[in-house]
Design a protein. Structure first.
Length: 453
C-alpha cells in the first residue's frame, strides 16, 4: 500500500471514529456534574452570564440524563435506512449537526426542559453513530485488517468516556456554572468533522431510479483500493457489489419478516450479542462504581472509579492485535468466562467488605469486557449479515443495545437494593450478572462462527 493511500485511509478512519467518541463522551459528560447542575435555591450568575445551576430535583436530573438514551434508541432504529438512502458520510454529518444543536441547548439552557431537548438531540446523534461507524469501518477496510479496524469503534467509545471524565471532574465545581463548558469540547469535535467532511470518502451504496444498490467500491470510496502502479482494484473491494438488477437494501420490517436463514441467523446473532453485552452489568459498574465501592471503602472509591475508566480504554487496545489471531468467537467467549468468574468473586468481596479484592475484581471485570465482549459485537455488525441486510440488522441490534442500556441504568440500583435485603449484602446483584453472562457464553458459543472472519 502506498504511503499516500495509507495516510488517507488513516485520516478517513480517524474522521468517522470521532462519531463513536461522541457516544462515549456523552455517556459520562454528566456523571460528575450532578451537584453542580442542581440547585435548590436562587442560582447565581456564572459562565456566559447564565445561571450557575438549574433548579431541579435529583429525579429531574435523572430525566435529563435518561433522555439521552431515549434519543439514541429512537434514532438507532432509523439510521440503517437513512444511511442507505443518503450515504454514510452524509448521515455522519447529520449526527455532527445534531451534536452542535444539542450542545447549544446544553451550554446555554436555563431550564430543565431545554436541557432535556439538548440531551435528546445529542442522544439521537449518538444513536446514529453507533449504527453508522461499524458499517463504515467494515466497508472501507480490506479483509486483512477488517477485524483490527472494527475494534476502533469500541476503542473510540472508551476514549470518549475517559475524555469526558477527565474534563468534567475539574469543571464540576459547585456554584460556578463551569459545567456548561463540558459540552463545548464535544461541539468542537463535531464542527471539526463538518469542516473536514469534503475531504472524506463515502462507503455507502449508490442510488438509481429503483433505490439504493451496492455498487463496486472504487478507489475514491475506499482509500486502500487498487495498486497505484497498475491501477488494479483488489477483489475484496467488490464485496457486496451489485447491479441495478440485484437486490436492494432491506428495511427493518423486511428483515423481521425474512425467511432467509442467513438473514435471520445474522439478526439473532447481532441482537443477542448486543443484549448480553448490556445485560452483563458492565454499565452498572461504569455508572455506579463510586457508589459500589463507597459501601466498602469511602475514602478511596473515587480514585478507583477513575482508574476503572482508564482500564476500560487501555484494555481495549489488545483486542486490536488479538481479534484476527484468536478469532472473534474465542475472544468473546474467553472474555465472558473471565467476566463471569470476576463477578462471582466481586459479589463475595463486597458482601465481605474486602475492599482490595473488590477493587481488583472490578478492574478485572472491566478489563475482561474491554478485550472481548465490548468490541466484538460491533465488529460482527459489519461481517455477519448479508450485505443487503447489513444496515437494517445493525439498526435492530443497536436498538436493543440502547434499550437495554436504558433498562440497566434504570434498574441497577433498585435491583441491587432489593437483592441485598435487610442484611445489606450489596454484592448479591453481581451473582445475578454472573449467571446472565454464563448463559451468554452458551448462547453465543452456539451462534458465533468459529472462523476468524
Amino acid at each position: 500500500m502506498a504511503l499516500s493511500q495509507s495516510l488517507r485511509f488513516a485520516l478517513v478512519v480517524l474522521w468517522i471514529v470521532l462519531s463513536a467518541l461522541q457516544y462515549g463522551f456523552h455517556i459520562s459528560a454528566l456523571n460528575s456534574s450532578q451537584e453542580s447542575v442542581i440547585c435548590s435555591d436562587e442560582p447565581l450568575s456564572g459562565t456566559f452570564g447564565l445561571p450557575t445551576c438549574i433548579p431541579m430535583t435529583t429525579f429531574g436530573f435523572g430525566v435529563v440524563t435518561a433522555s439521552y438514551t431515549l434519543g439514541g434508541f429512537a434514532s438507532s432504529l432509523l439510521t440503517g435506512r437513512l444511511a442507505d438512502a443518503k450515504g454514510r458520510k452524509q448521515t455522519a454529518l447529520y449526527s455532527a449537526w445534531l451534536i452542535v444543536l444539542g450542545g447549544v441547548a446544553m451550554t446555554f439552557g436555563s431550564s430543565i426542559s431545554v436541557l432535556v431537548i439538548g440531551r435528546v438531540l445529542i442522544g439521537a446523534a449518538c444513536g446514529i453513530a453507533t449504527v453508522l461507524v461499524p458499517l463504515y469501518l467494515s466497508e472501507v477496510a480490506p479483509p486483512a485488517i477488517r477485524g483490527n479496524i472494527g475494534v476502533l469503534t469500541q476503542l473510540s467509545i472508551c476514549f470518549g468516556i475517559l475524555l469526558a471524565q477527565s474534563i468534567s471532574i475539574p469543571l464540576s465545581e459547585a456554584r460556578t456554572g463551569k459545567w456548561r463548558l463540558i459540552t463545548l469540547v464535544s461541539m468542537a469535535i463535531a464542527l471539526l468533522q463538518i469542516a473536514t467532511a469534503p475531504l472524506m470518502v463515502d462507503s455507502a451504496p449508490g442510488k438509481d431510479d429503483n433505490g439504493p444498490v451496492y455498487d463496486v467500491v472504487d478507489e475514491e470510496r475506499a482509500p486502500l483500493a487498487g495498486n497505484e502502479e497498475d491501477g488494479e482494484t483488489p477483489d475484496y473491494l467488490s464485496r457486496g457489489s451489485s447491479t441495478k438488477d440485484d437486490e436492494s437494501s432491506m428495511t427493518l420490517a423486511q428483515v423481521y419478516r425474512s425467511k432467509d436463514p442467513a438473514v435471520r441467523s445474522a439478526l439473532w446473532t447481532m441482537v443477542l450479542s448486543q443484549l448480553f453485552q448490556q445485560w452483563s452489568g458492565v454499565n452498572g459498574v461504569l455508572y455506579y462504581s463510586v457508589g459500589i465501592l463507597t459501601a466498602v471503602n469511602p475514602s478511596n472509591a473515587k480514585a478507583v472509579a477513575v482508574f476503572i475508566t482508564l482500564v476500560n480504554f487501555v484494555m481495549t487496545l489488545p483486542a486490536v492485535y488479538l481479534i484476527d489471531r484468536l478469532g472473534r468467537r474465542s475472544l468473546i467467549l474467553g472474555s465472558m468466562i473471565a467476566m463471569s468468574a470476576s463477578a462471582v468473586v466481586l459479589g463475595y468481596s463486597i458482601n465481605s467488605s474486602r475492599f482490595l479484592i473488590a477493587s481488583t475484581c472490578i478492574v478485572l471485570f472491566i478489563a475482561s469486557f474491554s478485550v472481548g465482549l465490548g468490541p466484538i459485537p460491533f465488529v460482527l455488525m459489519g461481517e455477519v449479515p448479508p450485505v443487503q441486510a447489513r444496515s437494517a440488522t445493525a439498526s435492530a441490534a443497536l436498538g436493543v443495545n440502547w434499550l437495554s442500556n436504558f433498562c440497566v441504568g434504570l434498574t441497577f440500583l433498585p435491583l441491587r437494593n432489593w437483592l441485598s435485603g435487610s442484611g445489606g449484602k450489596d454484592g448479591q446483584v453481581f451473582y445475578l450478572f454472573a449467571v446472565i453472562i454464563a448463559v451468554g457464553v452458551v448462547v453465543l458459543g452456539r451462534r458465533i462462527p468459529s472462523s476468524q472472519g
